[in-house]
Design a protein around this ligand. Structure first.
Ligand code: NAG
Ligand code: NAG
Ligand code: NAG
Ligand code: NAG
Ligand code: NAG
Length: 412
């Protein structure tokens, strides 16, 4: 084969999991059962969530996936004849096919969960060695999204100790476990968005784009501030791996859960949206406060996350409390910006406990310059903050994030 032909043959894989129908090009928006109910999942909870996604206006805002996490099947093994995983008849009396069909009837999509191991994290049958059967089963049930976890990996699939900084993890056993399921999903006559949940091991961001539509980059999130900012700290140096069709996934949203305060919840949602992370809600929607609903519906942040023209996420342009590039779990990068169809989004996160004045100096922000007059819109209120030259000062509460859309205009 000539060099040109070789290059052509190699391209489709290296370029990522682009689907003809455009699914997965933008970060997924939806809801998942885990952070709300953990193992205690059933048809009623799924359908309640689906109905609330509609009645609360979340569907109109773009949230479309209703995803079942772990614990949906019977625990003690596969069907002896078909080798399929069997839905728990007590939790899902109409099968997964039944609940998926109800969810589709509401104009939404359905996701399911398995693991690239012998058991799911909660000890239910999982997919290693059964990838083709499971992918075909999921497609047959009408599944639109697979979250694929990393529990109970057999010993012979562990990675050889990589030698040298240039070790190519895309050839590791870990990458291979995830690529086998990718190929099984691509062999189905149904688009199933592929969400890798591999906890950031084996430098997944370097081979995630050729494998799935999103890839978890860290361990599990918990609904508290320390978890949110420590995950954020880990994202500061890997933003270059997110673009159309492939997204770093800093884990699902904890909006509405645990002891996150309102400012902390704003920061969590704003930064996840700006990083173009999948935005997967994980709370009991019947208990969602109006303030938290408003955060989830923020049209400026959702528009940035779902921008059809700009695939590159926001990234830190300055750390703030720390010197640039500092790795600090409690004081991650504070000053973020990113380009969008409507201007530059600028976010200032106050990692300190008390209110302080923060300044977005336009000369420091990529794409902006010190001598131009910009129109400023506060993304939390939608209100104009006037026209400004040079920079923008904001009083930011402890753990809160100020977010502004900075627009070039011919006149103010
Ligand atoms: C991932 O692949 C898609 C589709 O080919 C491409 O558009 C995108 O730029 C790639 N992402 C990165 C970070 O290279
Ligand atoms: C591990 O063992 C299983 C069962 O024998 C086999 O199918 C699989 O290919 C092995 N994995 C590796 C990475 O060798
Ligand atoms: C694939 O699915 C489409 C849409 O459901 C259907 O029209 C088509 O016949 C299917 N193709 C095959 C080969 O099964
Ligand atoms: C919030 O929850 C975390 C984790 O459970 C805990 O460590 C922390 O002390 C809690 N903070 C408050 C203010 O309750
Ligand atoms: C840009 O503004 C238009 C009109 O308000 C809106 O429909 C669109 O979602 C916005 N896009 C972005 C990326 O902000």
């Amino acid at each position: 084969m000539s060099a040109a032909l070789l290059l052509l043959a190699a391209l489709p894989c290296a370029l990522g999991l682009a689907r003809l129908d455009g699914v997965g090009r933008l970060p997924a928006l939806g809801w998942n059962s885990w952070n709300a109910y953990f193992c205690d999942v059933d048809e009623a909870k799924l359908l309640d969530a689906a109905n609330l996604i509609i009645s609360l206006g979340l569907k109109d805002a773009g949230y479309e996936y209703v995803n079942i996490d772990d614990c949906w099947s019977i625990k003690d093994g596969r069907d002896a004849t078909t080798q399929q995983i069997v839905p728990d008849p007590n939790k899902f009396p109409n099968g997964i096919i039944g609940v998926a069909s109800e969810i589709h009837n509401l104009g939404l999509k359905t996701g399911i969960y398995s693991s690239a191991g012998t058991e799911t994290c909660a000890g239910y049958p999982a997919s290693i060695g059964y990838e083709s059967i499971d992918a075909a089963t999921f497609a047959g049930w009408g599944i639109d999204y697979l979250k694929y976890d990393n529990c109970y990996v057999p010993g012979n699939w562990s990675d050889a100790s990589p030698s040298g900084a240039d070790y190519d993890y895309s050839t590791s056993n870990t990458a291979n476990r995830y690529m086998i399921m990718r190929d099984a999903l691509l062999a189905q006559n149904r688009t199933i968005l592929y969400s890798l949940c591999e906890w950031g091991q084996a430098n997944v961001w370097t081979w995630g784009n050729e494998t799935g539509n999103s890839w978890r980059t860290t361990g599990d999130i918990t609904p508290d501030w320390n978890s949110v900012i420590s995950i954020l700290n880990q994202q500061s140096s890997i933003s270059q791996y997110t673009d159309f069709t492939g997204h770093n996934d800093p884990d699902m949203l904890e909006v509405g859960n645990g002891n996150l305060t309102l400012p902390e919840t704003r920061s969590h949602f704003a930064l996840w949206a700006l990083m173009k992370a999948p935005l997967i809600i994980g709370t009991d929607l019947s208990k969602l406060s109006p303030e938290n609903l408003e955060i989830l519906l923020n049209k400026y942040l959702l528009a940035f996350n779902q921008d059809p023209v700009y695939g590159v996420p926001a990234e830190p342009y300055k750390w703030g409390v720390n010197a640039d590039q500092t790795n600090d779990r409690t004081n991650p990068a504070e000053f973020w910006s990113g380009g969008s169809s409507n201007g530059t989004m600028v976010a200032m996160l106050n990692t300190q406990d008390t209110t302080r004045m923060m300044r977005a100096d336009f000369s420091e922000i990529p794409g902006l310059d010190a001598g131009t007059q910009y129109k400023i819109v506060d993304a939390w209120t939608g209100k104009s903050a006037g026209c400004i030259i040079g920079g923008l000062d904001a009083q930011v509460e402890g753990h809160d994030t100020a977010v502004y859309l900075v627009q070039s205009v011919s006149e103010c």
